[in-house]
Design a protein around this ligand. Structure first.
Ligand SMILES: Cc1cc2nc3c(=O)[nH]c(=O)nc-3n(C[C@H](O)[C@H](O)[C@H](O)COP(=O)(O)OP(=O)(O)OC[C@H]3O[C@@H](n4cnc5c(N)ncnc54)[C@H](O)[C@@H]3O)c2cc1C
Ligand SMILES: NC(=O)c1ccc[n+]([C@@H]2O[C@H](COP(=O)([O-])OP(=O)(O)OC[C@H]3O[C@@H](n4cnc5c(N)ncnc54)[C@H](O)[C@@H]3O)[C@@H](O)[C@H]2O)c1
Length: 476
C-alpha cells in the first residue's frame, strides 16, 4: 500500500490548487480523478466552455448591432458549428495547461480512477489499488441535479454536461431553471439563433442580487427571450422526431410548450454520494460535507473544499479554500476561511457583479444606519463613448464608509468592479476608492463616481460644510 502525506480526491478547481500548493513543500502528494483529463467541471463542462460560448454569442450579437448602426444588414442563419468550434478550441488550449503530465512533472503522483474511502486514512481506487494518507482533502465537486419530472428519464435532454457537445442549435429551446447556468446559457443560445423560452419557478429573476441590480438586469433579459414566471413543470414527452412537449402550469393554469431542445439547469448535486463516506467519520449536512471554518470535516484527518461544501460553489472560492485547507492539513495551522470578500459574477450581457451584502441584507444587519451610493452608467463618460450605458453601480457602506456590499450590472462589470473586492478585502473604505486616481476615461470611473458620493455627502451635507462656508466668508 502506497503511503502519502496528502491525498487529494478530485483534480478540478479546488483539488488542483491544493495538490500544487502542497507539493511545493516537499511532501508526498497523490491526486486522484475519475476522469483521464484533470480540470473538473470548470474546464470541461462549466466556466470555460460556457464563457467561450457566451463570447461567441456576444460577438455575433454585437456584429449584428454594429452592422445595423452603419446601415448594413447581417442576414441569414449563423453557422452554429463556429460557436461549437470556438468552445472546443478554448477547452483544448486550457486543457493543455491542466494536463496530468504537467502535475506529474511537479512530483505529484496522479491516479486515474474512482476514489472511495475504506476508512479515515485509506482510499481505494476503482476497487483495486489502495492508498494510505496522513491527511486527505475531498475536492470531488458537483454534477447537474436533475429534478424528478415524469417522463424526463425517457427523453433526450441537455444539461451543462452535454450542452457544449451539441453540434447544431435547436430551433426552439425550453430551459428549466433560472440560476446562473440557465440565464447565461439561455441568453447565449438565444443570441446564436435559438428561440428560447425560460421557465422560472418564482416571480422574478436574480433573487440573490440587490433589488436595484436585479430589476435592471431582469428587464434587459426580458428583451431577449421569452421568460415565463410562476411555472411548474409536471411532465415531459417527445415524439419520434425528437420534438419535446413540456406539460406544466403557469400560476396554476395548465400550459404546454414545444421545443426541439430541453435544457435542465435546476442546480447542482455535490458528488458526496459516491465516496463511501459512511466508512469514515465524516458527517454530511444534507448533500454537502459539513466542515468547520478551518475546512476540517468531522474526521480529523479529512478536509473538504469546493462544491462538496456549502457556501460558495465557484471556481475562485474552491481555489481559495484549497489554499486554506493545505495550510491546515499540511502545516497544522488554524487558518479560517472567510467569505466576506468573495465576489461572484453572472456572465450575462451585461454582466452582473456581486460582492458582500445587498441593501436588504445590510438593513437587516445595521438598520437604517447605512449609506447607499448609486451611479447610473449613463453618467459615466466611457460608457457613453462606448454606447453601452445600460447598467448601474451600487455601493452599500456603513456610516464610517466601510464597504458592506458592492454591486453592478453593466458591460464587463466583472472586470471593472474588481477594485471593490481589493478595497473590501484589504479593509479600505469607500473614500479610498474615491481618492484613487483612475485614468480617464475608463469603465472603472463608474465605481469611483459612486464612491465619490461619500465625500459629496460628507462635505456638502454635514457640519464640515457649514464650517468651511463660514471660514471662506470670513477669509474673503
Ligand atoms: C455551466 C457552468 C458554468 C460555470 N461558470 C462558472 C464561472 O464562470 N465562474 C465560477 O467561478 N464558477 C463557475 N461554475 C462553477 C464551477 O465550475 C465550480 O464551482 C467549480 O468547478 C468547483 O470546483 P471543485 O474543485 O469543487 O469541483 P470540480 O472542479 O468539478 O472538480 C471535481 C473533480 O472531482 C472528480 N471526482 C468526483 N468524484 C470523484 C471520485 N469519487 N473519485 C475521483 N475523482 C472524483 C471529478 O471528475 C472532477 O474532476 C460554473 C459551473 C457550471 C456548471
Ligand atoms: N458565473 C458564474 O460564476 C457561474 C455560472 C454558472 C454556474 N455557476 C455555479 O454553478 C452553480 C449552479 O448553477 P445553477 O444555475 O445550475 O443552479 P442554481 O441552484 O443557482 O439555480 C437553479 C435554479 O433552478 C430553479 N429550479 C430548481 N428546480 C426547478 C424546477 N423543478 N423547475 C423550475 N425551476 C427549478 C431554482 O429555483 C433556481 O433558480 C451556481 O450556484 C453557481 O455557483 C456559476
Amino acid at each position: 500500500m502506497k503511503k502519502y502525506d496528502l491525498i487529494v480526491i478530485g483534480a478540478g478547481s479546488g483539488g488542483l490548487t491544493a495538490a500544487v500548493g502542497a507539493i511545493r513543500f516537499g511532501i508526498k502528494v497523490a491526486l486522484i480523478d475519475k476522469d483521464a483529463q484533470p480540470g473538473g467541471d470548470c474546464l470541461h463542462t462549466g466556466c470555460v466552455p460556457s464563457k467561450a460560448l457566451i463570447a461567441a454569442a456576444n460577438d455575433l450579437h454585437d456584429a449584428r448591432k454594429t452592422a445595423e448602426g452603419y446601415g448594413l444588414s447581417l442576414t441569414g442563419e449563423a453557422d452554429y458549428l463556429e460557436a461549437y468550434r470556438r468552445v472546443q478550441a478554448a477547452k483544448a488550449v486550457i486543457a493543455h495547461h491542466d494536463a496530468a503530465e504537467h502535475f506529474e512533472s511537479m512530483g505529484i503522483d496522479v491516479y486515474q480512477g474512482h476514489a472511495k474511502f475504506l476508512d479515515n486514512h485509506a482510499i481505494q481506487i476503482d476497487g483495486q489499488e489502495t492508498l494510505q494518507g496522513k491527511r486527505i482533502i475531498i475536492a470531488a465537486g458537483s454534477r447537474a441535479k436533475v429534478p424528478d419530472i415524469e417522463g424526463l428519464k425517457d427523453i433526450d435532454y441537455l444539461t451543462n454536461e452535454s450542452v457544449f457537445d451539441m453540434m447544431s442549435l435547436p430551433k426552439r429551446l425550453v430551459v428549466i431553471g433560472a440560476g446562473p447556468v440557465g440565464l447565461e446559457l439561455s441568453q447565449a443560445l438565444a443570441r446564436l439563433g435559438s428561440q428560447v423560452t425560460l421557465l422560472v419557478k418564482g416571480d422574478s429573476l436574480f433573487p440573490k442580487e440587490d433589488h436595484d441590480i436585479a430589476a435592471r438586469a431582469q428587464s434587459l433579459m426580458e428583451q431577449e427571450m421569452s421568460i415565463v414566471y410562476h411555472t411548474e413543470v409536471q411532465k415531459v414527452a417527445a415524439d419520434e422526431a425528437g420534438v419535446k412537449t413540456i406539460y406544466g402550469r403557469i400560476n396554476g393554469h395548465e400550459h404546454t410548450w414545444q421545443a426541439e431542445g430541453l435544457l435542465i439547469a435546476t442546480g447542482r448535486m455535490p458528488n458526496t454520494d459516491q465516496l463511501d463516506l459512511h466508512r469514515t467519520s465524516v458527517e454530511v449536512d444534507g448533500d454537502h460535507i459539513a466542515v468547520q471554518k478551518n475546512l476540517r470535516t468531522t474526521a480529523r484527518s479529512i478536509f473538504a473544499i469546493g462544491d462538496v461544501i456549502k457556501p460558495f460553489p465557484f471556481t475562485h472560492a474552491a481555489g481559495m479554500e484549497g489554499k486554506v485547507a493545505v495550510s491546515n492539513a499540511v502545516f497544522g495551522l488554524r487558518r479560517k476561511v472567510s467569505y466576506d470578500a468573495v465576489p461572484w459574477v453572472t456572465y450575462t450581457d451585461p454582466e452582473i457583479f456581486h460582492l458582500g451584502m445587498t441593501e436588504k441584507e445590510a438593513r437587516e444587519q445595521a438598520g437604517d444606519d447605512i449609506q447607499i451610493y448609486i451611479t447610473d452608467l449613463k453618467e459615466v463618460d466611457r460608457f457613453i463613448t462606448d454606447r453601452s450605458t445600460e447598467g448601474l453601480v451600487k455601493i452599500i457602506a456603513d456610516q464610517k464608509g466601510k464597504i458592506m456590499g458592492a454591486h453592478a450590472v453593466g458591460k464587463g462589470a466583472g472586470n471593472w468592479m474588481q477594485e471593490a473586492v481589493f478595497a473590501k478585502q484589504h479593509g479600505c473604505k469607500v473614500s479610498h476608492i474615491a481618492e484613487t486616481i483612475h485614468p480617464y476615461p475608463t469603465h472603472g470611473e463608474a465605481l469611483k463616481k459612486a464612491s465619490g458620493q461619500y465625500w459629496e455627502k460628507k462635505l456638502f451635507d454635514g457640519p464640515v460644510y457649514k464650517l468651511l462656508k463660514a471660514y471662506v466668508k470670513w477669509f474673503r
